[in-house]
Design a protein. Sequence first.
Length: 68
Amino acid sequence: MTNHKIRKNLLRAGAAAEYCGLSKSTLDKYRVTGEGPVYFKLGRAVLYKTDDLDNWINSNRKSSTSDA
């Protein structure tokens, strides 16, 4: 796999938040508290793999409002 293909799969924090339907500040908060998806930190850049975002979204599925 080329580096170009790997980078295509990465989103900066703002784009990742939009991808998830969240505000950037909410995603930032989740990163601090550990509630959010896994991420990469490269210098000042915070990057998310779209596969990791999809997995995190799917891990938060609920079938009832009483689900934890």
